[in-house]
Design a protein around this ligand. Structure first.
Ligand code: ASP
Length: 351
């Protein structure tokens, strides 16, 4: 019996391509924003609610990937759910501009062919990630903004909503606080917004301490071996003058390339744009031969920190290596590979 087993093992080892490869069939990593997220400022209920939302995101992605869906499909499905969840700064629950509007940014990139789509400053599209995907798949362009992007969304049959759909009291009050701090006028409450309601003071404290974070992002590897990455955000509280952050900027907030890795970022976008954080991490992997974690740490812990920037990233390679790196006290994050155990974390002292 022993001889038979040894013979079988030798036969397998001598068969070209039959050596076991530890690349998982699929893999998934998600974030829900980084910032000053500390145990002391979280109630057990809020902590549990964020963990449940991250776990749900993994389940949604696992269902898509397990049934043979593409990495782009998984990203769109997960981010649509985040965009509907007011706990996150994306879709409903997005932060307000100084003019009292929600201006949403999103992008998606397919690492198999470097195709990509992005949208900036949309106020009537329920799921900006689906619009980014439509730009990628059904337009000759890569990035659309404002009214033109909204016209394209309507032409594509995407769900259009009244701008008041995105209103949440918590984000409105955070914007009022920020404008007060900056000594700027408070805009009129948007038409169609519900009457003012009391807001949980703890949530407001967290918002101010979180420095506006809550962006969402996903990087996925599908069963065909393709990487994709996507990001969606309302940007930064009380942003002005049509400000656009890194989230819809390919190479800054989102990047995917089967030759190296996929990345989605969150943090103060101005720094991520200047450092081209997402493509820089992938370039270090591709051209310098750095491991994914080392590349991510070099860009986030060393370079971003040296510039005075704050935030973090999630990343994934086509062989299923997953990394995250952030220089803030916390980042909502979770990961799962086919056949593995889900890992959900919030604070910096967790794995
Ligand atoms: N990176 C986003 C932006 O600057 C914000 C965030 O990640 O919280 O628009």
């Amino acid at each position: 019996m022993r001889d038979v087993l040894i013979a079988a093992m030798v036969a397998i080892m001598l068969t070209p391509g039959a050596m076991a490869d530890d690349t998982p069939r699929w893999a998934l990593v998600v974030h829900g924003g980084a910032g000053v997220i500390e145990r002391g400022a979280m109630t057990p209920e809020t902590d549990a609610a964020y963990r449940a939302a991250m776990t749900r995101a993994l389940e949604i992605g696992a269902d898509v990937l397990e049934s043979g869906g593409t990495s782009v499909d998984a990203i769109e499905a997960i981010i649509r759910a985040f965009e509907d969840n007011p706990m996150f700064n994306a879709g409903r629950g997005a932060v307000f501009t100084a003019a009292g509007r929600n201006e949403l940014d999103s992008s998606i990139m397919d690492g198999s062919d470097l195709n990509a789509g992005a949208v900036a400053g949309v106020s009537t599209v329920r799921h900006p990630i689906s619009l980014a995907r439509a730009v990628m798949e059904h337009s000759p362009h890569v990035m659309l903004q404002g009214e033109g992007a909204e016209t394209f969304a309507a032409e594509q049959g995407l769900e259009i909503v009244d701008p008041a759909f995105f209103f949440t009291e918590r984000r409105w009050v955070s914007m009022e606080h920020e404008l007060g701090r900056l000594g700027l006028d408070i805009p009129a409450r948007p038409e169609g917004a519900p009457d003012p309601q009391p807001v949980d003071e703890g949530a407001l404290l967290r918002d101010s301490r979180e420095h506006r974070f809550g962006t969402v992002g996903v990087v996925a590897l599908d069963t065909a071996g393709n990487i994709a990455a996507g990001t969606s955000t309302g940007g930064t509280t009380a942003k002005r003058w049509g400000r656009v952050g890194d989230s819809p900027i390919l190479g800054a907030g989102t990047y995917a390339n089967n030759a190296s890795c996929g990345v989605s970022a969150t943090g103060t976008g101005e720094y991520f744009i200047r450092l081209t954080v997402a493509s820089r991490i992938c370039a270090l992997v591709e051209f310098e031969g750095l491991g994914l974690q080392a590349a991510a740490d070099r860009v986030i812990q060393d370079e971003l920190t040296a510039m005075g920037g704050d935030g973090g990233i999630i990343a994934l390679t086509p062989t299923g290596d997953i990394a995250w790196s952030f220089n803030t006290p916390g980042m909502y994050r979770a990961r799962l590979t086919a056949g593995g155990e889900p890992l959900v974390a919030i604070y910096g002292d967790e794995e």
